[in-house]
Design a protein around this ligand. Sequence first.
Ligand code: ADP
Ligand code: MG
Ligand code: MG
Length: 873
Amino acid sequence: MVDKQYVYFFGEGTRDMKKLLGGKGANLSEMTNIGLPVPPGFTITTETCILFNELGKKYPDGLEEQIDGNLKKLEDKMGMRFNDKENPLLVSVRSGAAVSMPGMMDTVLNLGLNDETVMTLIQKSGNERFGWDSYRRFIQMFGDVVMGVAHEKFEHAIHAKKTEKNAKVDTDLTANDLKELVDDYKKIIKDEKGTSFPQDPKTQLKMAIDAVFDSWNNKRAITYRNLNGIPHDLGTGVNVQTMVFGNMGNHSGTGVAFSRSPSTGENKEYGEYLINAQGEDVVAGTRTPQSISKLKDEMPAIYNQLMDIFKKLEIHYKDMQDMEFTFQEGRLFMLQTRTGKRTAAAALQVAVDMVNEGLIDKKTAVMRVEPAQIDQLLHKQLDKKAQGMAQLIAKGLPASPGGAVGMVVFHADDAVEEAKKGKKVILVRTETSPEDIEGMATAQGILTARGGMTSHAAVVARGMGKSCVAGCEEIRVFERKEYFTAKDIKVNKGDWITLDGSTGQVYLGQIPVVDAELSGNFGIFMKWVDEFRKLGVRANADTPKDSEVALKFGAAGIGLCRTEHMFFEASRIKAVRKMIVARNEKDRRDALMTLLPFQKQDFIEIFEVMQGLPVTIRLLDPPLHEFLPTDDSDIEELAKELGLEFDELKNTINSLHEINPMMGHRGCRLPITYPEILEMQTRAIIEASIELTKKGIIVKPEIMIPVVGIANEVKLLKGQIVEISDELIKKNNVKLEYKVGTMIEVPRACLIADEIAAEAEFFSFGTNDLTQLTFGFSRDDSGKFLPEYINKGILEKDPFATLDREGVGELVKLAVQRGRKTRSNLKIGICGEHGGDPASVEFCHIIGMDYVSCSPFRVPIARLAAAQAALRN
Ligand code: ADP
Ligand code: MG
Ligand code: MG
């Protein structure tokens, strides 16, 4: 039987073998294959690592022979040998998994040095200092990462040596000082481990390889994998590679570079190098590296060769590369290449440029930009440098992206007041409620101590495209006393804070923000995106202003217009309250009639903005008590306005209190008890439509009934809507088409979707409520336990953020099938928060919905996610 291949010489693998060889190994092979100058070496596979650990840290049969064979091959190729008197081979041992993973073993350089080979190295290079410096670096790295001696011990020794010799920096130490240091280091190892530093290169190599295998299961690596959802059975490869020396003098050096700018995407090399340096010196920050453009003057031959290689690698990999290189006495070597990480702006620029250069096609370009990156482009961002130095005081949920700076206020009214004075404020509250809408709209950002990713604050802030950190359990808010605390820090009204809604971080003081700027690339790129997607993308918008934003971001209509938000405006809330506390139908009707013109005007404005695109309007949904005051003083004031006794009003308000309002008197249950609410809203919608139709403006209203679970609910309410609408249309003698449909957000509605579809002309899945009711998780309270569910691995993701395909998704699928069985042309969409989440959008594509609807600022994200879903499935 032929042994399994555990070891691949550079050149035997290809870039497609990342899983087996690790990213570093696969690309070292690939670069070798395309003729780039890569110091020869070999890769031990990731499978070997797993086997080694499974076998209780033993080599599988044949591995030792394969390592020996490849080492011999390397020695022959280089004309160098381990321990050779004239040409001693030195190697690096480098770990490398399939995915880039900090936590694995650090690289060991200069392996093969010992008391004898160091003398040869000195003799050959004619550089005594270089020899001893390489040797002491090797013992230090080997002692630390292979033998497990605390690195402080070595640092302490070098520090002591510097003090003793009056040396300011490492480079002030002479050859002789370094030679003495080698002895000190050896003694440290002996004292700490009871064994000597191994002199035999083969023993050194075996120990280093084993240490790499071991490091796969060190604590750091396991934690990192857990945090990033990386499987534990991938294993790491081990690369053994001939050393090249950037520290051989002034014609040697080492550097890292990107083939294009990872910051802007500009097609210009970007990177740094250091003369007379080795390995990590460039990133270690002991000396300040030079910009790569300087190399052009200093070493033009090397520079030109490097530029040719950058170009060659880009054409080969068809993507921007992040590379490591070293030059030894004027000879260039490539040590690593990989796909370069980049900012959102750079991702867009590179994608568009590469299509224009003919390097990639549009499909590839569309797949290359992460939907989440688009988010970065649409919102203000904190200045990264300043952010790094600012004082972080708490961390909450990244509820709505973007940076915000302002002075703290604790009441929505204050936010409005201060904003009028031209001040920038951040509204800080334990949690927000619908009453706070205006204050939220005028604040720069919102910070709440309680509530999850779909809490009121989070949903409203996202809708407004406003920065929000929610559920920040580390702070305590004292609204009445007007301060909040974060651990032992007290923040008063008027103090400045900064929020990073993209990460959930809260800082004391002001961090500069950079405006979002949409480049021409954005438009070009989004046009390509639209060529591939099948799903329509609409927006959830309640105001003409939101509708404008939605349109600007490419929404194909409004998928959810929530009418209750229109009720909270100062000019209307009085009439709303009057309507709610009315004792009889007549009073209620009177109050509603004062609301009608307002509501009608709202719709006229939204329809005008939307220019003939469909607008789905949801009838009043929330429990009525949400509109009523809770403070006695406010009740007193309202009682006066309405000409009621305080006690009387207070009783009415109390009687409206519900134990479980989200499952109470809300949604379609409101018009079933109070038909006049539906009547007013239908009239407002249809009269607005008629008025515009008469002016020659096309209007496509879609009236949506929320929270249905019973077919008869729809039958009854639809009947009323149609009767009112048709009469108005007939009376005005216009041609107007409208639709009546339902939200699907109660599990029962999914099960009887076939019956509902007999009445409803469209379905829109309200997946927030559907998730809440399917799991039986209260959305507003889930912040208390859901994080623990994620920590303990009970749930992989927050189901309110990413649609749960197994449970909620099955219900949705069922409803789509049953609904379409009754009505084949049933229009189906989703308007929950999930409509802007890329993984959920993919699900909607797969099950064949017509559209997704999300907050205006997420429209571009949903468009991209929809295109990627179509290309992937
Ligand atoms: P990391 O994954 O942390 O980047 P690497 O294995 O890439 O670790 O190596 C760390 C540093 O050592 C890099 O700067 C790399 O270029 C350098 N290096 C690795 N192997 C060699 C070698 N054979 N000759 C010279 N420098 C090397
Ligand atoms: Mg590297
Ligand atoms: Mg709902």
